[in-house]
Write a protein that binds this ligand. Structure first.
Ligand SMILES: *Cc1c(COP(=O)(O)O)cnc(C)c1O
Length: 354
């Protein structure tokens, strides 16, 4: 793929690496490529990060034909920069695009575009502990039309943001609210696709959770509101009587790259991982009986997020005395060790950017 480069006259000042937060700062450049029916993908370019213009009748603004991805570039101690399983993100985006009737962005082009942009922006990959360069590829319909149909023109972009730890408080347990009124996904819907529309409909749960003093919302299945599925932007795992439970990938839960990696590691360590439906009643009962040993969320942004308490219908259950569990900590150390190149990557999950 040929990528045109448009130089920026004045480079931006880099933010303090100790106060990056999440998704607040953006780098000098972005990747852009256009799609038109009949012509396919064309005009790949790396250009200064700037506002984009779009007609008010652009399809995405009305009918939300949009998909996105999220991955990170990590700076190793030797200064080199690596990515974590970028091909998984490329393949997932293809599945999301299929569901939203959007054109495919081929896997090799996806990985090439990510590497090319990160290479240009190497200086933006931070080196402070727990920092990384968050990579946000996304695609949206640009056709100008108010008719509901599969659009015939699209834009694929990648923007970059240097980030610190997702939670400012660090790796501390959070309280999670179980949502029993609204639902996020149903079978046959778009729950497995990484698309903006899923989030638009789920912000209400997040708002409610915050009102109740919780950091995140835990969604139940959309049909019976009985089985636990996932948290706002993370998959979730439970350790009960020494075994791990997490919702199966059956069309409603987002197939997380972190989820998949953690399952691999857990099985490697000899744990029994049950990818089966777990009812909220059984979960709460395990909590009351003291059999619920650990709970943690998994996702690229926060990596592993320990859960210290669950709130459901006014009842609150504390997990592991609101402390990080031993296994949660061990998984965090292992996965972040591989991602930052501090321990050997025996699974072959990392790729250098150059
Ligand atoms: C992105 C995302 C996840 C986590 O996926 P990772 O690939 O591990 O980052 C989980 N749930 C939802 C709803 C998501 O959008």
């Amino acid at each position: 793929m040929e990528i045109r480069f448009e130089k920026r006259e004045q480079l931006l000042e880099k933010p303090d690496q100790k106060a990056l937060g999440f998704g607040k700062y953006f780098t000098d450049y972005m990747f852009v490529m256009d799609y038109d029916a009949g012509q396919g993908w064309h005009d790949a370019r790396i250009v200064p990060h700037a506002a984009i213009s779009m007609m008010p009748a652009g399809v995405v603004l009305h009918y939300a034909q949009e998909t996105f991805e999220g991955l990170k570039a990590y700076r190793r101690a030797d200064g080199k920069i690596q990515l974590f399983r970028p091909e998984m993100n490329a393949r997932r985006m293809m599945k999301s695009n299929d569901r939203l009737c959007m054109p495919q962005f081929p896997e090799d082009m996806f990985v090439e575009a990510v590497k090319a942009l990160v290479n240009v922006e190497k200086d933006w990959v931070p080196s402070e502990p727990d920092t990384s360069l968050y990579i946000r590829p996304f695609m949206f319909a640009t056709e100008v039309s108010l008719g509901v149909h599969m659009a015939n023109s699209y834009c694929f972009m990648i923007i970059l943001s240097p980030v610190g730890a997702y939670y400012e408080e660090g790796l501390n347990p959070v309280k999670i609210m179980v949502e029993d009124q609204y639902v996020r996904a149903v079978k046959g819907g778009t729950g497995f696709a990484k698309c903006g529309g899923n989030y638009a409909g789920s912000i209400i749960g997040q708002v409610q959770a915050e009102k109740e003093g919780c950091a995140q919302v835990l969604w139940l299945d959309g049909t019976e509101r009985k089985y636990v599925e996932e948290v706002g932007s993370m998959n979730i795992m439970f350790k009960i009587d020494g075994e791990i439970y997490t919702a199966p990938i059956e069309g409603t839960v987002l197939p997380g790259v972190t989820r998949d990696s953690i399952i691999h590691i857990l099985k490697d360590w000899g744990y029994k991982v049950n990818e089966t439906r777990l009812s909220i009643d059984d979960l709460m009962q395990a909590g009351r009986d003291g059999r619920l040993e650990e709970v943690f969320g998994t996702g690229t942004a926060a990596v592993i997020s320990p859960v210290g308490a669950l709130r459901y219908r006014g009842e609150e259950i504390t997990v592991n005395d609101f402390k990080i569990g031993d296994l949660t900590q061990k998984l965090y150390d292992c996965l972040t060790g591989i991602q930052w190149g501090k321990i050997e990557d025996k699974y072959g999950w990392t790729t250098m950017v150059d």
